[in-house]
Design a protein around this ligand. Sequence first.
Ligand code: MRU
Length: 384
Amino acid sequence: MSTKKPASCDQPSSSPQTLAAGHAHTHPAPLSGASYSAVELQPDNRTVLLLDQRLLPRAERYASLTNVEQVADAITNLAVRGAPAIGIAAAYGLVLAAASAPEDPADFVEALERAHARLLSTRPTAVNLAWALARLLRTARDAASLEPADRLAKLAEEARALHREDVASCRAIGVLGALTIADGATVLTHCNAGALATGGYGTALGVVRAAVEAGKRIRVLATETRPVLQGARLTVWELMRDGIPVTLITDSMVGHFMARGRIDVVVVGADRIARNGDVANKIGTYGLACLAHAHGIPFNVAAPWSTVDLGCPSGDAIPIEERSATEVLRIVTPMGTAFTAPEGALAENPSFDVTPARLVRAIFTERGAVSPVNEAGLVSLETP
Ligand code: MRU
């Protein structure tokens, strides 16, 4: 499977920087109704509260962001991560841009276009980012000639609507996906496709939550997800908080557990789904899909329609983010940093891989399920 960059679906990548924001201890009132939230826009429409996921599971701390640069840094540095959540954070970033933009309509649009370009440059693979930014930029253009207070209110309203719709999508995806999960099943998931990665509730973890809410006894096996440990730090944290049985395994244990009959079904999220059904998701997903195929275990993908990119013909055209090699050369946790390789060692760090459609049993979206996974199935859901 090639992951080379295409001309058509590409966006620039960037390297990590630090989150330049003071930490606030105020707890937001999550729009999803949950007790925590990856990102929220404060009622003043001038502050974004963001749960700094780099500090989890050790600390639940919210950063208070007031400008586009801080939001862009937070996305690049994975303080907020997960395809839908970075789309929502970026949408709120454009609200912050509007709050400080010049009054003149043409200058306002120019300022918003600059902010759009900056936020779009943060991470290239998750198409939700481009999708959310395009939606907010359209609103900004439409509202440019309004009074500054009114156009700010319009942008904030649109960004909150996008956030609310994502939560509703996750719930619909969960209900649909849960129908395929048997009572007593053990579900393997990879990375974190939960409430932390979305507006709330989650996609892959939304399926797990909906199955549990339907009264099924579900166990989850969570891969630790090297190099940044989203599985160990975030998925395990979320599920333990909800009292859903979860057991952590290392990425390399999956074949063993499948061979022993310890995994009934795999459910993962996605960062971009191409027109032919190829799925880009966290590095390691492709390997899990191959193992699932070898063992006859269903491999399912749960994602909102905002992750589907019908303009991208196949997985070969999905841009794969290359992150800093230092993430591989050391293990960084909120508890400390361990260097695991000799000084000067070379490392590569593609952050995502592509699973070909033929290995995916079903894709669950809020518009319906696609199975078998192919272009015709996806295109049939194009019009809601
Ligand atoms: O690098 P990350 O943590 O942003 O990667 C996240 C994933 O790969 C998720 O599985 C994906 O974004 C789906 S989130 C609902």
